[in-house]
Design a protein around this ligand. Structure first.
Ligand code: ADP
Ligand code: ZN
Length: 290
C-alpha cells in the first residue's frame, strides 16, 4: 500500500512516498515560500503516484477540531503569508483520499511510537529543540489534542540563579522555548549551538532547562518514553546531563525503575533520525486510511 507524507515545516516542506511499514521510497524537499507555490509543488509531486492516503504533520498553531470550519488550517502563525492557510482543504480539492493532519511534533511522536524509539509502547513524548521548542504526545495510544493542542514548549520554568539572559520568547520571554531553543543559545552565548560543542557550561545550562521541561511533562502525562530531537539535540553530550538533572529534580518521587536506574533508556534521541517527520506523516496517513 502506498501512502503520501508531508512534513510541512516553517523552513522547508518535505514530501515523500512510503508504506504502512514506515519505509520511505522517495522524497523531495523545497523551501516554504508562499502557499501557492508550495502547494503547486506538493500537488505536482503526488499526482500520478497512486497513493491511498495522505498524512500531513504541520508547523502551527493548527486547527485540529474536526467540527470546526477552520479544521486543517494553519491558524495564527506569525510566518508571513501562512496565517489562516487551509492545508487540508487545498489538498482535498486535488486528492480524493483520506487525509490525516496533525502538528509536526504529534506526527513525529506517532512515527517514533509506531516504528522508532517508542516502538511497542502506548505512550511517548516527542520534544524537538530547534528554532523553537515543540512537544508532541501520544497517551494511551492516542495523540493528545484538546482545546487547540498542547504547547508544552512554552511551559514556565525556573531560571538558573546565575543566568542573566532575559529570554527570547515574544509572548512569555523566559518560558522553556525562550530560554533553551536554538536562538536563545545563540543570543545568550553569542554563537550558534553548533559552534559551542566543546563548551561544557553551555550544555550544563541547556540541560538544566530542558530537564525541567521533561520533568514537568513526565509529572503531567507519565509517558513511557521521552524522545528529544531537533538540531540542538544533535549535541549528544546533552543526554546524560538531562537525565541526571531530571533525576535530581524528581528526587526519588517517581519511584519507577525507568527513572531511578534506567533513565538512559527513558530519555533518548529519535531513532528515525532525519526521517522522523516524514515517518510521522506516514503514520498519520496510515491512521486516516484505517
Ligand atoms: P528547525 O527547528 O528550523 O526545523 P533545526 O531543528 O535544525 O531546524 O533547528 C535550528 C536551530 O538548532 C538553530 O538555532 C541552530 O543553531 C540549532 N542547531 C542546529 N544544529 C545544531 C547542532 N548540531 N548543535 C547545536 N545546535 C544546533
Ligand atoms: Zn513562550
Amino acid at each position: 500500500m502506498l501512502f503520501g507524507a508531508i512534513e510541512a515545516g516553517g523552513t522547508k516542506f518535505v514530501c515523500g512516498i512510503g508504506d504502512e511499514t514506515g519505509q520511505v521510497y522517495e522524497r523531495i524537499s523545497f523551501p516554504t515560500t508562499i502557499p501557492d507555490e508550495v502547494f503547486g509543488r506538493v500537488i505536482n509531486f503526488f499526482q500520478d503516484k497512486n497513493i491511498q492516503a495522505l498524512g500531513v504533520g504541520a508547523f502551527g498553531p493548527v486547527n485540529l477540531d474536526p467540527q470546526s470550519p477552520a479544521y486543517g488550517h494553519i491558524t495564527s502563525t506569525p510566518k508571513p503569508y501562512w496565517k489562516n492557510v487551509d492545508v487540508v482543504g487545498t489538498l482535498k480539492t486535488h486528492f480524493n483520499i483520506p487525509i490525516g493532519f496533525d502538528t509536526d511534533v504529534n506526527a513525529a511522536a506517532l512515527g517514533e511510537l509506531k516504528w522508532g524509539a517508542a516502538k511497542g509502547l502506548d505512550s511517548c513524548i516527542y520534544m524537538t529543540v530547534g528554532t523553537g521548542i515543540g512537544v508532541g504526545a501520544v497517551v494511551e495510544g492516542k495523540l493528545v489534542h484538546g482545546l487547540i493542542h498542547p504547547e508544552m514548549g512554552h511551559t514556565l520554568i525556573r531560571r538558573h540563579p546565575g543566568d542573566v539572559f532575559v529570554g527570547n520568547c515574544p509572548y512569555h520571554r523566559d518560558c522553556l522555548e525562550g530560554m533553551a531553543a536554538g536562538p536563545a543559545i545563540e543570543k545568550r552565548w553569542g554563537k550558534k549551538g553548533q559552534e559551542l560543542a566543546g563548551d561544557e557550561k553551555v550544555w550544563e545550562l541547556e540541560a538544566y532547562y530542558l530537564a525541567q521541561g521533561v520533568a514537568n511533562f513526565l509529572l503531567t502525562l507519565s509517558t513511557k518514553k521521552v524522545i528529544v530531537g531537533g538540531g540542538v539535540a544533535k549535541q549528544r553530550q546533552l543526554f546524560p546531563l538531562i537525565q541526571k538533572n531530571v533525576q535530581m529534580l524528581l528526587n526519588g518521587y517517581i519511584a519507577h525503575e525507568m527513572i531511578l536506574s534506567n533513565i538512559g533508556d527513558y530519555i533518548v534521541p529519535p531513532s528515525l533520525g532525519d526521517n522522523a517527520g516524514l515517518c510521522g506523516a506516514l503514520a498519520l496517513a496510515n491512521e486516516a486510511f484505517h
